[in-house]
Design a protein around this ligand. Structure first.
Ligand code: G3H
Ligand code: 13P
Ligand code: ZN
Length: 315
């Protein structure tokens, strides 16, 4: 049991054709729900923190609670900065014990993304911390996948190889049709698996076999959870996510890290809404936050068992 980097986790995941779940954390109940869910399945996991989560909870609280979760559960956990916007945030996280950082320069021009990512890699590697970066724009392309739109938006395989070579990153987030949030597809869900295959092949041919690929925007947005939110006063219309079978396919095809935040938010909200509705007289936060924590634990257990395939990865 330890606070670890993702290096060993990804090596085992790639070889075992499964993925490690990366769950966004913002408070104690989410940390406990995720860590207990992972421990129940004897799985390692990644707890990740966005810039707004840092602003909300503070790095010291998050680090302290993650250390407590490791002691309580006995599993390996990587503490990761999600979508780091700049070197300053990377430094803040590394100073506060994070073992992995993402620098997201995907919105910059290519050369600027390379230069800024390289700066982060040099800083982080000198301190034993691993780096994830992103190439391509995370967005669904309308229904009938338009080839020009996909080429302009999704990750270019040759550029991915050049990027890995020049920056020295440890893992790469790619764009193949996933997007953040609860409204991912207007029509049918579609991911560009051919592109994923070409990217992994070109990386292998260039001397980067088993290079860890990361999938952001990978929540499934379970219709039953949406229904539960709406049944108890929510108004979530037209929500949709990435079907579980697509995530299983990604996990078996070189994707070592699958990011989920929206599914946690939805599970938590559904639990709290139900609790408020069924017990309007109650006002002890431990009641409804406890229900939310149980919802999160159940969600993580089912992700590990049915989607990620990381069960017993702690063995
Ligand atoms: O990819 C973004 C994550 O869902 C974090 O979102 O910036 O609202 O914490 P946030
Ligand atoms: P979702 O919005 O699909 O949960 O994606 C989360 C994510 O990619 C965090 O970086
Ligand atoms: Zn993301």
């Amino acid at each position: 049991m330890a606070l670890v980097t993702t290096k060993e986790m990804f090596k085992k995941a790639y070889e075992g054709k499964y993925a490690i779940g990366a769950f966004n954390i913002n408070n104690m109940e989410i940390i406990q729900g995720v860590a207990r869910g992972a421990a129940a399945k004897n799985s390692a996991c990644i707890l990740q923190v966005s810039r707004s989560a840092l602003n909300y909870a503070g790095p010291k609280y998050l680090y302290g609670m993650v250390k407590a979760a490791i002691e309580e559960t006995g599993i390996d956990i990587a503490l990761h900065l999600d979508h780091g916007p700049d070197l300053e945030t990377v430094k803040l996280c590394i100073e506060n014990g994070f073992t992995s950082v993402m620098f997201d320069g995907s919105h910059f021009e290519y050369e600027e993304n390379v230069a800024k990512t390289k700066e982060v890699v040099d800083y982080a590697h000198a301190r034993g911390v691993v780096v994830e970066a992103e190439l391509g724009k995370l967005a669904g392309v309308e229904d009938e996948v338009n080839v020009d739109a996909a080429n302009a938006t999704y990750t270019d395989p040759d550029q991915a190889v050049d990027f890995v070579k020049r920056t020295g990153v440890d893992s790469l987030a790619i764009a193949i049709g996933t997007s953040h949030g609860a409204y991912k597809f207007k029509g049918e869900a579609k991911l560009d698996f051919d592109r994923l295959e070409v990217i992994t092949k070109k990386l292998a041919d260039a001397g980067y076999p088993n290079f860890p690929i990361v999938l952001h925007g990978a929540s499934s947005v379970d219709p039953a959870v949406i229904e539960m939110c709406n049944q108890y006063g929510g108004a979530l219309k037209g929500a949709s996510g990435i079907p579980a079978d697509m995530l299983r396919k990604a996990a078996a095809s070189g994707v070592c890290k699958i990011n989920m935040d929206t599914d946690i938010r939805l599970a938590m909200t559904a639990g709290i809404r139900k609790s408020f509705s069924e017990k309007p007289e109650a006002f002890d936060p431990r009641g409804y936050l406890g229900v939310a924590r149980e919802m999160i634990q159940a969600l993580v257990e089912s992700k590990i068992e049915d989607v990620l395939g990381s069960k017993d990865s702690m063995k």
